[in-house]
Design a protein. Structure first.
Lengths: 264, 303
């Protein structure tokens, strides 16, 4: 992990509230693995004070991409940056997805909801390189929440979409789409990122169907590199579960490690 | 060449910049970003005698220029620290302070007595001021009687110097500082975080599960500076100042009001090499202003 105080923005794309930046940084790109994230400064000043965690969306030789949705002031400030602006970035952070060699030739599903699709483009391409047969299940509220559909298709990946309002693809939640797909055929593995209720539901399906599943979790982060103990969730590691750091031990965990919070 | 060294009386530091407890992990987390030998020293995360589970999340909220935390001192106990972490820190030529915590007076003493057997610790920073453990932010440093008696007990038990870390959540910081001095503290550090809260208007719930947390970061600097100034004016033992230091000029303000050294906290999260950068900025200031010895700048406030 390193700090690049001045990574140059070489690409900016936007779709309503969704944004994609390409940033040039050989130092960061060189080490990046799918599921890892970056801590990005959104202001040069003391407000907002903290960096914002964003997944690595794609990697080329010297560049990385981030994809995000405006969620509040920090991401809104970030969205205002332009090509040629510089970003102060720390990364790559976290452990990322585990790409098991046994997946060669096997069918795997990559399931993303909303902005949770961000880390899954990088992952889907790496899984394919590793020889897996990848199917991407991409869900959103409505068609405008699926801005990356074409990007996946262009990369030659098999994508099925769902929208809550039926404006594109399967009418319903992405977990409904997943249930349909598993009714046809169970994949050898699931890789999931999205809102908590969607991941929890996916974990239930995975447990029921006995499909090994990995989930990329989110949490408030003070530092992103293990120094503040702010980002914990309850995670089992051969024990009953303890508050473990999402930034360092994760953000990706397997379904049986995660103690899902009770709703309410 | 600028002489950046400072003398705390019980300990000489290479330069006046230390990393604050709870914001620098056990030091090792920062190895990828900086040479730990380049700063005056660091205070490791607060240690109880036994391991601690900490508070349920969410533990952090960002506020205007600040951060409210309710970590609740999650971490390893003294044994794991001394056996597994301390050996990896001994290769550094920098001062390592251990922030000692306790749920009772006895636990502070047990932790100190345990750590006394190990080499490689420069001093204990007695954390009598964490607002995130007891209900309503209660801690020994809110009361001068308890501050006096606990510092005294710790001093008797300790083979190393004791720095008492004070809480800003009091009416009269001078009274508490004097109690720590009378109890035998070798130094005083302040401020710990300011008891604070934040509310989610959509859900009408507190943003922290713990309801309260401790505010840190640039938002608290003016209050911290005022308190450090008051304490420096009232005690003879050396004072280490902290609260919201982000830059060399922030650190210099604390030195000018009379702090012998400073600790940098929240800034480490945003810039993991903040302490190193701050040392550089202090040095630049000295060069520009023909200050030969940083120690000569301490307590030069003109009023
Ligand atoms: C490991 C990791 C990877 C992430 N990757 C992406 C990504 O690729 N694309 C993307 O759009 N978003 C991603 N997020 C979420 C993103 O970090 C937050 O949306 C962002 O920090 C919000 O900042 P803000 O200032 O815009 O909003 P704020 O005004 O700070 O908050 C707005 C809302 O977002 C919530 N929030 C704040 N910080 C976080 C956080 N760290 N995680 C989750 N929710 C938060 C707040 O509770 C609040 O409800 C990721 C989060 C994590 C932990
Ligand atoms: C996340 C976090 C954890 C902290 N943990 C401790 C601790 O374990 N012991 C302690 O004495 N102070 C702790 N503090 C307080 C800091 O050491 C420091 O006193 C305070 O944050 C003010 O300095 P700052 O504004 O530079 O952060 C913690 C602060 C933060 C933000
Ligand atoms: S974000 Fe600081 S420890 Fe994980």
């Amino acid at each position: 992990m390193t700090k690049d105080p001045a990574a140059r923005i070489v690409l900016k794309q936007e779709w309503g509230n969704y944004f994609l930046f390409g940033v040039e940084s050989p130092a960061l790109a060189g080490e990046a693995k799918p599921g890892q994230f970056l801590m990005v400064r959104v202001s040069d000043h003391i407000d907002p004070l903290l960096r914002r965690p964003l997944s690595i969306h794609a990697r080329e030789r010297n560049t990385l991409e981030i994809f995000f949705k405006i969620a509040g002031r920090g991401t809104a400030l970030l969205a205002r940056k332009k090509e040629e602006d510089r970003l102060d970035i720390l990364g790559p952070l976290g452990a990322g997805f585990r790409l098991d060699a046994g997946l060669k030739g096997k069918a795997v599903f990559v399931v993303g909801g909303g902005r949770g699709i961000a880390p899954l483009y990088f992952l889907a391409r790496e899984l394919r390189t590793a020889g897996a047969r990848v199917k991407v299940l991409y869900g959103g509220k409505s068609l405008p929440d699926l801005p990356l559909k074409q990007k996946f298709e262009k990369a030659g990946l098999d994508v099925a979409c769902s929208t809550d309002d039926g404006s594109s693809g399967f009418h319903g939640l992405v977990t409904g789409l997943l249930q349909n797909e598993t009714n046809k055929q169970n994949p050898a593995a699931l890789f999931v990122c999205g809102p908590d209720p969607m991941m929890k539901k996916t974990a239930e399906i995975a447990a029921r169907e006995k499909i090994p599943a990995q989930f990329s979790l989110e949490s408030m982060m003070g530092c992103g590199f293990g120094a503040c103990w702010g980002c914990v969730k309850r995670i089992r590691k051969g024990d009953d579960g303890a508050w473990r750091k999402i930034c360092e031990d994760g953000p990706v965990f397997s379904g049986d490690e995660i103690v899902w919070e009770e709703e309410g | 060449m600028v002489d950046l060294s400072v003398d705390l009386g019980f300990l000489k530091l290479r330069n006046p910049v230390l990393a604050a407890s709870g914001t620098f992990g056990y030091g090792l987390e920062f190895e990828p970003f900086m040479d730990l030998n380049s700063i005056g020293g660091f205070v490791v995360k607060g240690l109880y005698f036994g391991p601690r589970e900490g508070n349920p999340p969410p533990r952090l909220v960002e506020t205007a220029g600040g951060l409210i935390n309710a970590i609740g001192l999650q971490g390893v106990g003294v044994e794991q620290f001394a056996e597994e972490i301390l050996p990896r820190l001994r290769k550094y030529q920098t001062a390592i302070f251990v922030n000692v915590c306790g749920a009772s007076d006895e636990e502070y003493i047990r932790a100190i007595e345990y750590l006394n057997r190990y080499e490689g610790i420069a001093a204990y920073e007695l954390n009598i001021s964490c607002p995130n453990v007891e209900k309503n932010g209660a801690c020994p440093a809110l009361n001068s009687g308890h501050t006096f008696s606990l510092v005294k007990l710790a001093k008797q038990a300790s083979r190393l110097p004791i720095i008492a870390k004070l809480s800003p959540n009091v009416t009269d910081i001078v009274e508490i500082a004097k109690a720590a001095e009378e109890g035998g503290a070798d130094g005083i550090s302040l401020i710990n975080t300011i008891l604070a809260m934040a509310v989610d208007i959509e859900t009408q719930r507190p943003k922290l599960t713990n309801i309260f947390g401790g505010l840190s970061g640039p938002a608290i600097k003016p209050i911290a500076l005022r308190m450090v100034y008051q304490v420096v004016s009232a005690v003879k033992i050396p004072v280490i100042g902290m609260g919201g230091i982000m830059t060399g000029s922030d650190a210099l303000e604390f030195l000018i009001v009379g702090a012998k050294a400073v600790e940098v906290g929240t800034a480490n999260f945003i810039d993991p090499a903040a302490t190193l950068r701050i040392v550089g900025e202090i040095e630049d200031f000295c060069r520009r202003n023909d200050v030969k010895k940083i120690a000569g700048l301490v307590g030069t406030l003109k009023v």
